[in-house]
Structures are given as structure tokens and as C-alpha cells.
Write a protein that binds this ligand. Structure first.
Ligand SMILES: [Cu+2]
Length: 160
């Protein structure tokens, strides 16, 4: 009797840890730094908004030397609920930011995400992201390959 109760208990634990393991693995898969062959990212930085809770902006420099032509259309930022790649465009004679078209990466391509141009917009940023810290940014290309890298977090007034 005592033995079967213990067995049932042990089984319960096993099932529980299996479940925990499963969800952990899923999360890892979603943010795994698989790497995109030929892609190098440098100078990644996230600039927080002056008002907490407003969107933050991520800038970076990338160089692509892979043989396969790719299109970069998605990004994610750890600690942000939603992430969109933006570009600046002319709307009725006024420059404003808008969702970027997929960015074509060909061998030898060098692209700067910089103030006044392309940038990654991070919405609903966690208050845990503070100047001086780092967060993980992931670029996702056509086909689902992705590459993650750290971005230094800066305050709104810091040099961009
Ligand atoms: Cu924007």
C-alpha cells in the first residue's frame, strides 16, 4: 500500500518535470541563437524612450557575406512584447517612420540601422531593461533562420 502510494507520487513528479522540461525547450527554441551563416552584427544598442513604457529603438550595423540571398523582415527583443522593423519614408511630403519592407541581404551587403533611417522598434518594454544593462536582440530572415546578439541598453539622452 505504502509502496503504491509512493509509486503514484513518483509518477506525478515525473509527469510534472516532463511538462516543465517541454515548455522550457519550446522557449529555448524560440530564442535559440542558431546563427545565420555569413551574417555579422556589430554595434547593437537599444535606446530607451524618455518616458518609461514608450517604445525603445534598437540600432545596429550588419554585414552579410553569405552565399544565399535572404530577406530580413522580423526581429525580436528580449523584454519587449512586440518588435517591428521600421524605416523612414516620405508620407505626404513629411518624413516619418513606417513598417519596413523586407530588407534584402545579398553577399557583400552592409546595412546600418541608425538614427534617421532603419531601426528596430521595441514596444511594451519591460521596466527591467535599464541603461547600462544589455538585452538580447534576434534577427529573423526568410525561411526562419535567426541570429541573436546582445544589445547595450542606453538612456534616452545618451549618444545614439
Ligand atoms: Cu520606429
Amino acid at each position: 500500500m505504502g509502496k503504491s502510494v509512493f509509486a503514484g507520487f513518483a509518477l506525478g513528479i515525473a509527469a510534472l518535470s516532463l511538462t516543465a522540461c517541454g515548455s522550457g525547450a519550446d522557449q529555448t527554441a524560440a530564442t535559440a541563437p542558431d546563427g545565420i551563416p555569413g551574417l555579422e552584427v556589430s554595434n547593437a544598442r537599444m535606446v530607451l524612450a524618455p518616458v518609461a513604457g514608450n517604445p525603445a529603438v534598437v540600432y545596429l550595423d550588419l554585414v552579410y557575406n553569405g552565399d544565399r540571398g535572404l530577406a530580413l523582415s522580423h526581429a525580436s527583443v528580449e523584454g519587449a512584447k512586440r518588435t517591428v522593423i521600421h524605416d523612414m519614408g516620405n508620407v505626404n511630403g513629411k518624413m516619418q517612420m513606417m513598417e519596413a519592407l523586407p530588407i534584402v541581404l545579398k553577399k557583400g551587403e552592409k546595412i546600418s540601422f541608425a538614427p534617421g533611417g532603419k531601426h528596430i522598434m521595441a514596444m511594451d518594454v519591460s521596466p527591467d531593461l535599464k541603461p547600462g544593462g544589455t538585452t538580447e536582440v534576434t534577427l529573423i530572415v526568410s525561411g526562419g533562420d535567426k541570429q541573436s546578439f546582445p544589445a547595450e541598453i542606453r538612456a534616452a539622452g545618451d549618444p545614439r
